[in-house]
Design a protein around this ligand. Sequence first.
Ligand SMILES: Nc1ncnc2c1ncn2[C@@H]1O[C@H](COP(=O)(O)OP(=O)(O)O)[C@@H](O)[C@H]1O
Ligand SMILES: O=C(CO)[C@@H](O)[C@H](O)COP(=O)(O)O
Length: 592
Amino acid sequence: MANQYLGFDLSTQQLKGIIVESDLKLLHEAKVDFDADFAKYGIEKGVLTNPGEGEVFAPVAMWLEAIDLVLHRLKEQGADFSKIRGISGAGMQHGTVFWSQDAEALLGGLDGGKSLLEQLAGGAKGERKGAFSHPFSPNWQDASTQKQCDKFDVALGNPESLAETTGSKAHHRFSGPQILRFHQKYPEAYKATSRISLVSSFLASIFLGKVAPIDIGDVCGANLWDIKKGQWQEDLLGLAAGDEGVEDLKSKLGDVPQDGGLGFGTISSYFVKRYNFPSETQIIAFTGDNPSTILALPLRSSDAIVSLGTSTTFLMSTPQYKPDPAYHFFNHPTTPGLYMFMLCYKNGGLAREHIRDAINKQSSSTDPKSWASFNEAATTTPVLGQADSKTDPARLGLFFPRPEIVPNVKAGTWRYLYSEKKLTPVQADDSKSWPVLGDARAILESQFLSLRLRSQNLVEKQGNLPAQPRRIYLVGGGAVNPAIADLAGQVLGGADGVYKLDIGGNACALGAAYKAAWGTGRRDKETFEDFLEERWNEEGFVKRICDGYRKGVWERYGDALQGFEELEKTVVKESGEGTIGAESKAGGKVDG
Ligand SMILES: Nc1ncnc2c1ncn2[C@@H]1O[C@H](COP(=O)(O)OP(=O)(O)O)[C@@H](O)[C@H]1O
Ligand SMILES: O=C(CO)[C@@H](O)[C@H](O)COP(=O)(O)O
């Protein structure tokens, strides 16, 4: 009987589960879509918001329901859980889950005849004890922690030293500033918290039947972990812990094992009874969604992944540790000595949808969610919106329907004409200088120029071609869109082309399933890279979608980078405080 492995991805809008065989071929996949399946929680795009305070959060009870539902859906598709040998998973990064004093007892005593929701969520009126000291998990889109970030940024001297130590300067969504705010806003709930999990270790805990350790890759998204020393940074813990003390917070967070392939133990009897998993199924460390995504592909030097989900993230695996306040470094989720380089934008998929919807409205498209008009506009508009590159100004824009991380500005839309090194703003109603259709290409150019600007020092020369990515791999919901792929290649290059995964499934959940297979079955000292290489089937697993580097076009985007950088500086300056790539109290001039 062939062994099978299960991987999960608990992301902003969905919970996905997939099963692979030992040869890593995909067997089954199922998903729960939070908005479609759980409208009763009042969520939109997977989250609840409190705009007055910049809060974005998700109900933990909804995730409990989603776990039972996704397993049910996998079973409906014919999945046979009795073949599963190992489980791992990924959670959207930075979110925290606060466990109550009863959590361990409730997790350890689950009855396979009842749902997770019934047994762990607690009664709405407190009539039943629950496993959580707070019903919500702050989401990565949260922007409520500027005051706390200001404290973190100076805790080790300045943002540069915080980035040097923890891999990132302070960010609104990072767990350290979030824990500090939680502590200040809900002191009683903080006291009543026995353990704090990240979204990834929360999901692992459910499957393990006890609170699981935080993962060595995902822990770097907290501004609390000293990457070089491989331990909690006590000054930062002290800041987040306040008068409750460092030791108390340390015990809430728990120890972090250095081995990303570690088996935490066998599966909770709940899943054995309810779903027929073998009782010896191993639970392998769950990591963040981005660290998990880089495990879905055998990345080589200068390869880049662009993840087009709710967020846009740009990921590379590198032996170089070159932290800077403008971006993030994390421990690699499986391999000591390697790091994950990351850029993360809040305005990814939803910002593109915004423009798609405006274009569809104007063209009275029959299907308001169709990408056809957006794609046509993006691919028929000339490079940088210049019909004649010698006489026409370049059209450069920033499109942020939500407050952005890179650069740190409040929500807004900015459109500028750029010529002879000068930027001239375009008014919102000036459709002559900037037609609505021009936004389709402009948003894609803008998103990819931002990635190119910040990653140019990490890529190497490719043969006779200038320094650029070797391959661009597109993953996430937007990866199916050919116009987005085309623009990614035009702006970013990619000597070997633009690729996407061709095995169905979702890269992040696949990475988790691969990690489950490696962690469960690895031979002595077998690295994840060797394990993947041995099973990798280039023809069967990835597909080349289009050219990357195009001579002449790539160079024109290179020339536009200076204008794009100026545009960002102008917007950040207009918006108040803050530096490029950093958090600020900025208030943006909203043109659109
Ligand atoms: N054909 C398409 N073209 C462009 N974007 C798409 C397409 N299909 C889905 N998407 C985008 O994918 C996003 C969801 O991606 P996904 O990776 O599943 O999200 P997450 O993991 O963040 O929940 C949606 O916000 C949507 O904008
Ligand atoms: O905050 C980050 C990374 O720092 C985000 O990438 C989240 O991890 C959520 O990702 P998606 O839901 O878009 O997959």
